[in-house]
Design a protein around this ligand. Structure first.
Ligand SMILES: [Zn+2]
Length: 431
């Protein structure tokens, strides 16, 4: 036994050596190719490239530092390094954010490969293997998915792939989720459907006409006066003699000259006309819907005016509050008035509500007044400076330092535009 084993070992070793030689020859060829293509490279650069070519062990990749280590020892050294510790501190402070960032990147990369490779149903693992060929891919262990199956289930749930599980594992098929392409495709499908039903209606009408023509032709031969009369009456009522002439011609001809002439006549009968109108209006509806869609897109793309911020915020007609304790010995403190005139941009002539006194006050001594919901305001700063608006709501988001308001522009080019997160200093009650 021993000798046989020994004997078996040597050829294997020789084969190994041969493979090694083969491998080094291959890498030499690789050297030459690279040299020709890119000009001179330092031996170190070449060796780095060769190393980069092969996929290294995933578990020795540090996602936070984007660093691939070559072996366990290298990875250990890396995890002890100062820079890695810093990165890990960052990660611990905001692990959720990083996790979702990496998950998102992973998903995007995976779907990008799927778009190319999984147009037809393919094993999920094939896509995964292709994705991880890129040395700088996001590694799965830094995403929220623990396994490929959980990722596939997630993608399938979110309508990004069609997935099915077999005993060989998961299979996926890429689905187009680009909203624009989807909308376009849906519209085209609807249009097709409509065309088909319109065609079917027209087809049936033609058939009916042909059948009627057959009948008429038949009645001619069989001399069935009643049927003839009936048809004649109906046609006379419509004041159209044409159909009778056409219908009395040989049947074959009727069919061949046919469809349009007969179809035109079909429009005449009340019931059928109604049908066509219905079809038409459905088609029009579709077109209108497409128009609306276009408009919605245009509106969404409309750029808001430039964010204008100016020092002076006083405007005529504003209701303001005096916040100077010394004016009039404090008599006007926290009292409201209306701005009647503006001097030098920053001074307002304010007629006080209670006393009717007119004071000249710098804007520094005045404060904006926020009216009740639904009341008119003026936007004082920002994209809509100078626009009149309606106060929609007062938003007191605990995450923000200060409450803000939402307003709806009341007039001008931007009428109807809803503006959120407007600071309390940037709107003021209008008289
Ligand atoms: Zn690291």
């Amino acid at each position: 036994h021993r000798s046989r084993r020994g004997g078996g070992g040597r050829p294997r070793a020789r084969a190994k050596q041969a493979a090694g030689r083969e491998k080094s020859a291959r890498s030499r060829r690789c050297f030459e190719r690279m040299g020709k293509k890119t000009g001179f490279l330092t031996p170190k650069a070449i060796s780095n490239r060769i190393k980069a070519k092969g996929l290294q062990k995933l578990r020795w990749y540090c996602q936070m530092c984007n660093k691939q280590c070559r072996d366990e020892n290298g990875f250990k050294c890396h995890t002890m390094s100062e820079s890695h510790a810093r990165q890990m501190r960052l990660f611990r402070e905001n692990s959720g954010k990083y996790m979702s960032y990496y998950s998102d990147m992973f998903k995007k990369g995976f779907m990008e490969v799927a778009r190319r490779r999984a147009r037809n149903r393919v094993k999920a693992n094939v896509v995964y293997q292709e994705y991880i060929k890129d040395r700088h891919h996001v590694h799965m262990n830094s995403t929220c998915w623990e396994t490929l199956s959980s990722l596939v289930v997630y993608l399938s749930k979110n309508g990004m792939v069609d997935a099915d599980k077999t005993e060989k594992g998961w299979y996926i098929k890429w689905k187009d989720t680009d909203p624009e392409r989807m909308a376009r495709r849906a519209a085209a499908e609807r249009l097709d459907k409509m065309k088909m039903t319109a065609d079917a209606v027209a087809e049936r009408q033609i058939q009916e006409q042909v059948a009627r023509a057959h009948k008429l032709a038949g009645t001619d031969k069989e001399a069935n006066p009643e049927g003839d009369k009936k048809e004649l009456n109906r046609d006379q009522k419509r004041g159209e003699l044409k159909i009778n002439i056409a219908a009395r011609k040989p049947v074959e001809r009727n069919v061949t000259i046919g469809s349009t002439a007969v179809f035109d006549n079909a429009k005449g009968t009340g019931k059928k006309r109604k049908k066509i109108q219905q079809k038409k209006s459905a088609l029009e509806e579709l077109m209108e819907e497409q128009e609306r869609e276009k408009k919605r897109k245009k509106d969404a793309a409309r750029k808001r005016p430039k964010d204008i911020r100016k020092e002076n915020w006083l405007f005529k007609g504003l209701v303001v509050k005096c916040i100077n304790k010394r004016v009039g010995g404090g008599a006007y403190y926290k009292k409201k008035g209306v701005v009647k005139k503006i001097h030098n941009k920053f001074e307002g002539e304010v007629k006080m509500n209670d006393s009717g006194d007119v004071l000249r006050l710098d804007q520094e001594h005045l404060e904006t007044v926020i009216p009740g919901i639904g009341k008119p305001v003026l936007v004082l700063n920002g994209s809509f400076r100078g626009y009149e608006a309606k106060l929609l709501s007062l938003d007191d988001d605990p995450k923000k330092d200060q409450p803000t308001v939402t307003v709806k522009i009341a007039a001008g080019d931007w009428e109807g535009e809803v503006v959120k997160d407007v600071s309390l200093e940037d709107v003021c009650k209008l008289k």
